[in-house]
Write a protein that binds this ligand. Structure first.
Ligand code: ADP
Ligand code: MG
Length: 291
């Protein structure tokens, strides 16, 4: 049976927008030594906008954007949503008969009229080719904290789009409060090294790992757990679900995708990162009452 103190703390949490799926998660939260954050949609708003577009000289810009828009139209990833609305504004249409496969943490693969396309990060479309196509722009865009997405077919790179996302306004304050509670903060992101560093510095995160695949996030969490003890992971995407399931406590952003919400033990209904130190303190207070 559930103790009155636990019940009252769970209801206190709920009224502050923190949903605990059970008393044990509330109990263990104050023992967490490390909180690992996903980047896009968790530390950042997750509403990136396209800032730069480079299309291969010999190609028609609108036609190329139509391919990109159609492929991204089957993804709910924040980058996909941004690219779709940009392409639409630029007059790109939607093509019929494209078949798409989602590759979490990397991008998308598509078949259309006998051709195979890939949309996603440099490592997914071919790092060397991506760098050669960008011709020096890749590092500059990364240093500006922008994420670069490429489109390729089986012959080579067709286009790149750079996107800029913004840090959540409360992120710095939330991380400072967690540090004051003795919690180490870590960022695990699928994004490239430069972009990851720019966001990590802006947020004031203790450490980060870039270019993570979903399984890299899982492996890194296990290492952190060995080194520091109980680890919580907070994320919003399909790509975060395995990590949410692995960590001592999985936390989902309320606006996250269905899989993240289902896998998580705790949900931040209001997407406000300051609810993390709040929930940690709530857990500490409750444990002092019931022990
Ligand atoms: P994060 O950890 O920042 O939330 P993800 O793990 O979801 O990022 O994705 C890692 C990288 O893979 C992105 O930075 C992007 O380059 C690429 N990517 C993933 N999904 C898509 C998509 N739908 N469209 C374009 N690029 C994508
Ligand atoms: Mg994310």
């Amino acid at each position: 049976s559930i103790m009155p103190a636990t019940l009252s703390a769970i209801s206190n949490g709920a009224s502050h927008g923190v949903l605990f799926k059970g008393g044990t998660h509330l109990e263990s939260l104050s023992s967490v030594k490390v909180i690992a954050f996903d980047k896009t949609g968790t530390l950042t708003e997750g509403r990136p906008a396209v800032t730069d577009l480079i299309v291969k000289d010999s190609l028609d810009k609108t036609e190329t954007l139509s391919i990109l828009r159609t492929i991204e139209s089957l993804s709910a990833h924040p980058l996909a949503v941004a690219i779709q609305s940009f392409a639409e504004q630029e007059g790109a249409g939607l093509l019929k008969g494209i078949e798409i496969r989602d590759i979490p943490g990397s991008g998308l693969e598509a078949d259309w009229e006998g051709k195979t396309y890939r949309v996603g990060k440099p490592g997914f479309v071919g790092k060397a080719e991506a760098a050669a196509f960008a011709d020096g722009a890749l590092e500059r865009l990364g240093n500006e904290g922008k994420t670069v997405v490429f489109l390729r077919d089986e012959h080579g790179i067709l286009a790149l789009a750079a996107l800029k996302d913004t840090l959540r306004p409360e992120a710095v304050q939330a991380l400072n409060s967690l540090r004051a509670l003795g919690v180490r903060t870590v960022m695990l992101t699928g994004d490239n090294e430069q972009t990851a560093r720019a966001i990590a510095e802006e947020a004031g995160i203790d450490e980060y790992t870039a270019e993570c695949l979903p399984e890299t996030k899982v492996a890194r969490l296990k290492e952190l757990e060995k080194t520091y003890g109980a680890v919580a992971m907070i994320g919003d995407g399909i790509n975060d679900a395995p990590a949410l399931a692995t960590s001592t406590i999985g936390i989902a952003m309320g606006d996250g995708t269905g899989v993240a919400l289902e896998t998580a033990d705790v949900v931040l209904m209001k997407n406000d990162l300051r609810r993390l130190p709040y929930a940690h303190r709530l857990s500490g207070r409750m444990n002092r009452i019931i022990k």
